[in-house]
Design a protein around this ligand. Structure first.
Ligand code: GAL
Length: 435
């Protein structure tokens, strides 16, 4: 592992540089200046209405247990971590890591691990008996080389279509009949646009476009998705997925730079009828006091009905943090039943534990808890840090954004994506077997 350290640091520096160039990001690194020693400092990107409510509830649980500790939350807006990830990478490399930071379980942490910048948390997993209550698929996403480095807080579902039920009912469409059928989906779009003159589908900035592409590709079949993340050539299927994406673009809002929650709000307001987004969107519907199966509802992205797209949020114990005891305490709360049952009903995700109190969850979660148990296939999100290394996710977003903005053809875009997967495959340590 040691010989990988130098490469890992270079990879981390590339993450910062790529994000800064691609996103045109300018930012100020916030350094804690407080003298007080009993502090817990955490970084996250949960700043939308639903996200902020959820992390607030989790922090409340921590503060209830440790009232003498001051929690310093550094919340960096930018969905999917697009702004926070380069900031935190710079801090970690500078030896100024906070006590814990939000990270996706899976590949996202591998460069930190390979550079010896994370401490293993095997003792936390053992002391809290986590293997007994956390599903195997999540357990494996929290490890590197057989040791635990992450404490998971949830399981989000990525392959969700959010719809405005009142608008669909007005145009005589029963969303449940759309099922696994893109044609029925586009027929509903046509009917809505004819009746209202509005764009039927809400879509946001670059990473949300890559998120959409990922779901469409998964809809081509689990074998296609598995081959893609293993670096096997699926160019023809990528072209098919891009053609579907192109049809979707014909129904979308023209301002393809809006944040994910602004796109979700177009559905809440009834300005559009469909938004494809992970189930953090449910938090926004809750904040807007919309009622599930009355005002809005969900189906799986066409082609993915029997699949669960996995996005797992986690925290970890960086090396040499200022408050190691509080870092550990935070991870215990993050992974606890009480913490998860406070956080997840507001966040839209299901708990990463099998012993959660289901009565605390809202109607939306009945669907996801049931599907998590019953679907045949799970697929790890690339865009949200699990299925492939971080560099893959940021380059994919930029390639798909080029396609959505009309600068690259489907054939040229597919070649870029195929080459990206093939080039990255040499760095992969996981060969996924999804079926
Ligand atoms: C995802 C993250 C979710 C949610 C979303 C939008 O990457 O896993 O928890 O925060 O970004 O910000």
């Amino acid at each position: 592992m040691k010989q990988k350290t130098q490469t890992a640091v270079l990879v981390l520096i590339a993450v910062i540089a790529t994000a800064a160039i691609v996103g045109g990001i300018s930012y100020v690194i916030i350094s804690p200046s407080e003298e007080d020693t009993d502090i817990l400092e955490i970084y996250h990107w949960w700043t939308s209405g639903g996200e902020a409510a959820a992390i607030g509830a989790l922090v409340d649980v921590f503060e209830g247990l440790y009232p003498g500790t001051t929690v310093k939350q550094r919340a960096i807006s930018g969905g999917s971590g697009i702004t926070m990830i380069p900031i935190i990478t710079a801090l970690v490399l500078a030896g100024e890591a906070p006590d814990a930071f939000q990270m996706h379980a899976g590949y996202e942490g591998i460069a930190y691990y390979e550079a010896d910048l994370l401490e293993d948390i095997n003792d936390i997993w053992t002391d809290n008996n986590l293997e007994a209550v956390i599903p195997d698929v999540v357990q494996s996403m929290c490890q590197f080389d057989g040791d635990y480095y992450m404490a998971p807080v949830n399981i989000h579902r990525s392959n969700v279509v959010w719809y405005n039920l009142i608008e669909l009912t007005d145009i005589g469409v029963d969303p449940k009949t759309i099922g696994d059928n893109w044609t029925a989906f586009f027929d509903a779009c046509d009917a809505f646009e004819l009746a209202t003159g509005n764009d039927a589908i809400a879509l946001g900035e670059a990473w949300t476009q890559a998120h959409l592409f990922e779901q469409i590709l998964a809809g081509q079949g689990i074998d296609v998705y598995e081959d893609w993340i293993n670096g096997v050539n699926v160019n023809a299927e990528i072209i098919t997925a891009l053609n579907t994406l192109n049809t979707i673009l014909g129904y979308c809002n023209p301002d393809l730079d809006i944040p994910w929650n602004v796109a979700t709000d177009l559905i809440i307001q009834g300005d559009s009828i469909f938004n494809i987004m992970g189930d953090w969107a449910n938090g926004e519907f809750l904040v807007a006091t919309a009622e599930y199966d009355v005002d809005y509802g969900t189906i799986a992205v066409p082609g993915t009905d029997d699949m669960y797209g996995l996005v797992v949020d986690a925290f970890q114990h960086p090396a040499n943090v200022a408050h190691p005891r509080n870092s550990d305490r935070w991870l215990e709360v993050v992974a606890s039943k009480e913490g998860q049952d406070a956080f997840n009903p507001l966040k839209g995700s299901i708990s990463a534990r099998t012993d959660s109190n289901l009565t605390l969850y809202k109607p939306y979660h009945d669907w996801t808890f049931a599907d998590f148990e019953s679907v045949t296939y799970m697929f790890p999100s690339v865009v949200h840090g699990s299925g492939a290394p971080q560099s893959f996710s940021s380059e994919l977003s930029s390639i798909i954004n080029g396609f959505c903005l009309g600068s690259t053809s489907a054939t040229a875009t597919a070649t870029l994506i195929t080459n990206l997967a093939a080039n990255n495959a040499a760095d992969y340590t996981t060969v996924w077997a999804l079926d």
